[in-house]
Design a protein around this ligand. Structure first.
Ligand SMILES: [Zn+2]
Length: 269
């Protein structure tokens, strides 16, 4: 109780990298006195005997998150992170999400493609903010007008005003007629950047970023906004690579986009 008043409320605050923190550090951090040393030794003994072995095995993501919370080290994207861990706990399978997409799209995605899509969400962008958006998109985190219609028993149509009454994820992010020219322009730009034609389908989720951020807006996103976002991401990515002392790697990855931007800049001037 005395310790809790000093902010030392849980055992995980006494542990760092799976080891009990030494008494000197703890006492300085929480203002403990030498009289607390005996209590500290008791706790350390308990930890070494009963807990240490367990945490060496594997702590689930969600437990790590709680530990981070106690140490006030949580990132701002708490909901996304929490959701990811809950999904993990559901038997490490996202197949039920895959099945829902397949039903909406009327296509079949191979397990390999699906794994690639999932991995793309986790590895492509260094920015936590964009990863969070991208991931939420992929796992169908957002509530569509169609779902809301079912919940509220009110007939809601697509909020971009196309009149569609069954606006599911595919409609909102992909097939809504108001998005047609946006996606065509994006496709043209990407073909130009990559210098080859590729199979551009709704499963290219990671390109949906602009739409997500304008999820509540009624008008469709524009290509200029999309390009501005890619440019922001590029700046942040290159900076991240530099901080990791991997400048060349970053520049190589972004080379095609840089060439495209320069070419476009030249054409405009
Ligand atoms: Zn629509």
């Amino acid at each position: 109780m005395q310790w809790a008043r000093k902010g030392l409320s849980t055992l995980c605050l006494l542990v760092e990298n799976q080891e009990f923190i030494d008494f000197k550090t703890i006492s300085e951090r929480y203002g403990l006195a030498w009289q607390d040393f005996y209590r500290y030794l008791q706790l350390r003994h308990y930890f070494d005997k009963n807990i240490k072995g367990l945490i060496q095995e594997n702590i689930s993501g969600i437990t790590k998150m709680f530990i981070k919370a106690y140490n006030t080290k949580l990132s701002r994207q708490i909901i996304g992170e929490l959701y990811r861990h809950i999904v993990e706990l559901r038997g490490h399978s996202t197949n039920y999400i895959k099945a829902k997409w397949e039903k909406e799209l009327g296509t079949v995605t191979t397990s390999e493609d699906w794994t690639n899509i999932i991995n793309t969400q986790i590895t492509t962008i260094a920015s936590q903010l964009w990863r969070d958006f991208s991931w939420k998109n992929c796992i169908r985190f957002f509530i569509t007008p169609m779902q809301k219609s079912r919940q509220t028993r009110l007939q809601l149509t697509c909020r971009r005003g196309c009149g569609h009454s069954m606006a599911d994820h595919m409609h909102i992010f992909w097939s809504c007629p108001t998005l047609k020219s946006f996606w065509e322009e994006v496709r043209n730009i990407i073909s130009e950047v990559l210098q080859y034609k590729f199979n551009f389908t709704c499963l290219s989720f990671y390109l949906l970023l602009t739409i997500t951020r304008r999820w509540l807006n009624t008008e469709s996103p524009t290509v200029n906004q999309w390009e501005a976002i890619i440019k922001d991401i590029q700046t942040m990515e290159l900076l991240t690579f530099r901080l990791r002392l991997q400048r060349d790697k970053g520049e190589a990855l972004w080379e095609k986009w840089s060439t495209y931007s320069t070419r476009r800049g030249d054409n405009l001037s």
